[in-house]
Write a protein that binds this ligand. Structure first.
Ligand SMILES: *[C@@H]1O[C@H](CO)[C@@H](O)[C@H](O)[C@H]1NC(C)=O
Ligand SMILES: *[C@@H]1O[C@H](CO)[C@@H](O)[C@H](O)[C@H]1NC(C)=O
Ligand SMILES: *[C@@H]1O[C@H](CO)[C@@H](O)[C@H](O)[C@H]1NC(C)=O
Ligand SMILES: *[C@@H]1O[C@H](CO)[C@@H](O)[C@H](O)[C@H]1NC(C)=O
Ligand SMILES: *[C@@H]1O[C@H](CO)[C@@H](O)[C@H](O)[C@H]1NC(C)=O
Ligand SMILES: *[C@@H]1O[C@H](CO)[C@@H](O)[C@H](O)[C@H]1NC(C)=O
Ligand SMILES: *[C@@H]1O[C@H](CO)[C@@H](O)[C@H](O)[C@H]1NC(C)=O
Length: 469
């Protein structure tokens, strides 16, 4: 089964019942490589080919998934298998969070599918946690909309936080997301930020400037020329400074230094923004801002590549043992999680510098044909899936299950660092010269000179469950 990805068995809590979750990674929607594009007969009939291929760079297209679920064990007589869509149920609420969640239903559904049970850990860093954070900010703004407060009291924050997680779980989200995403009820309380109400907030912060900067955030510019992020930081700084000038209590000051009031105040700024912006505008702004943060770091866990160093040191020409060792190492990385194209560039550089530090001076990526997409989860041996730098939400379709869109901008060689230090890496400086950066939406859509449209594989995850004895 070439599209088979992982099986994990979860021991059920009831007696000897087991739940078998099989996550399918299938891209029935053919991911067309360059050669295939030149042979149109191989393109599946459901594919869309926007423009005839030219040459050069790859551009993204979104296509809808067309997928057939199949039984992974046709010869085994397991209990009936069927695609499971999130089983929704009525959540068990505390009854102590005085909020009508109906108004937040859309954003809660979006978050639940972004953090859906089997996918949460795979997309946690790039999709689920950013969306969960955004939901918490929006909840905070919504909670306080009829009062002067911008934050929740500690006790009610616990109840509301627990209700939010229960509701998300009741709509298919993984219950472990607070741990996965390092969020807790304190995220709703404003922590040690000294400003927690609207009157003082508006006294201290230039709110027209803040709202102007954050009401629409340009995803293509924000990460390199931050406007909303700067406005948020500036507002949070002004608020946290208020504490230090109006309160000379030394003990408090040390406590604040330890606990990062700036970060707490940023939470209050988000709450204010949520109050003033529509849920959709706020969500879009928060997701863009968090994507900027996410794209600065490679989230993969690289163990020390000792074997690779041993096999590849002093290698100058293609060497089977070096490449096989590198491929083995890469296969381990590929199981970890989905990452964005920008993260892949950083990851390639991080691994490259580890190798250089170990004395591997030749560009082994080139030698062994390692592409950027090799740093992400693979559907077939050669088809990596990198997300766009602004990762779109997970799509939940009630006939096909979960899917998400990959970006094939990434079909380029992994960059080999020019030194063993990664401190010089900037994805902004020569902004447009990085081939894997997203193409501008602002660009005239008719102007596709030099670009090759590729079909984007949609990796669809099918979840089947079966009860075994
Ligand atoms: C709901 O939660 C409360 C407290 O955790 C528990 O006592 C109660 O049995 C639960 N109700 C259901 C239907 O699960
Ligand atoms: C919650 O709000 C919705 C409309 O936004 C309303 O239809 C519903 O009755 C409210 N529920 C409660 C318990 O107030
Ligand atoms: C929920 O996520 C955790 C990781 O945070 C994972 O270990 C677990 O398997 C997931 N649960 C399901 C049912 O997929
Ligand atoms: C939650 O709080 C922690 C600790 O204060 C902070 O680091 C994190 O960024 C917060 N998360 C969100 C989504 O606000
Ligand atoms: C707020 O910021 C705007 C620029 O965005 C500026 O024109 C205005 O004077 C500022 N207001 C105050 C009170 O500083
Ligand atoms: C990284 O992977 C190693 C080995 O698989 C594991 O022991 C370690 O805990 C991981 N670190 C993190 C931060 O996940
Ligand atoms: C799928 O969703 C559509 C509308 O969103 C609905 O009409 C249809 O009944 C749903 N089908 C199933 C099997 O849930």
């Amino acid at each position: 089964m070439d599209c088979f990805q992982t099986i994990c068995c979860l021991k059920g809590s009831l007696g000897h019942q087991f739940l078998l979750f099989i996550v399918w990674l299938s891209s029935f929607q053919v991911a067309v490589a360059l050669q295939t594009l030149l042979e149109p007969s191989h393109v599946s009939s459901t594919s869309e080919l926007a423009t005839p291929p030219n040459f050069g760079i790859f551009g993204p297209i979104e296509i809808s998934p067309a997928i057939l679920p199949r039984n992974p064990y046709p010869d085994e007589s397991l209990a009936p298998m069927y695609p499971t869509f999130p089983t929704t149920y009525k959540p068990n609420l505390t009854g102590k969070c005085p909020v009508n969640f109906t108004a937040l239903s859309n954003i809660i559904d979006k978050t639940a599918s972004d953090c859906s049970q089997p996918l949460a850990a795979l997309v946690g860093n790039v999709i689920c946690c950013p969306q969960l954070g955004s939901l918490l900010h929006i909840f905070q703004g919504y909670y306080s909309v009829n009062s002067d407060k911008l934050v929740l009291q500690n006790a009610v924050a616990d109840d509301c936080f627990s209700d939010i997680i229960s509701i998300l779980a009741s709509r298919g989200a993984n219950k472990t997301i607070p741990t996965l995403c390092s969020v807790k009820s304190l995220n709703l309380t404003g922590g040690l930020c000294p400003v927690k109400d609207v009157v003082n907030f508006e006294k201290i912060v230039n709110t027209s400037k803040l709202l102007e900067a954050c009401s629409t955030v340009d995803p293509l510019k924000e990460c390199c020329r931050p406007i909303c992020q700067s406005a948020i930081t500036e507002a949070a700084l002004e608020m946290s400074r208020t504490q230090l000038t109006t309160n000379d209590n030394e003990e408090l000051v040390t406590e604040h230094n330890r606990n990062d009031p700036l970060s707490d105040c940023k939470g209050v700024v988000y709450s204010y923004l949520s109050r003033k912006l529509s849920a959709d505008a706020a969500n879009a702004a928060f997701r863009t801002v968090s994507a900027c943060k996410v794209n600065k770091v490679c989230p993969l866990n690289f163990t020390r590549p000792l074997e690779v160093i041993k096999a590849c040191r002093n290698v100058a020409a293609p060497s089977p043992s070096c490449c096989s060792s590198l491929n083995t190492y890469m296969a381990g990385i590929q199981n970890q999680m989905l990452i964005t194209n920008k993260q892949a560039i950083i990851c390639a550089t991080v691994l490259g510098s580890k190798l250089r530090q170990g004395g591997v001076m030749t560009n082994v990526y080139e030698l062994c044909d390692i592409d950027l997409k090799d740093f992400s989860i693979q559907a077939y041996r050669q088809q990596g899936c990198l997300l766009r730098s602004l990762p779109p939400d997970v799509i939940l379709d009630n006939s096909t299950g979960f899917s998400f869109t990959c970006d094939l901008n990434d079909n380029i060689a992994a960059p080999w660092p020019s030194s063993s230090s990664i401190s010089t890496l900037s994805l902004c400086a020569p902004e447009m010269s990085l081939p894997a950066l997203p193409t501008s939406q602002i660009k005239n859509p008719g102007n596709r000179g030099g670009e090759l449209e590729l079909l984007v594989p949609i990796f669809s995850f099918f979840i089947f469950s079966a009860l075994l004895y």
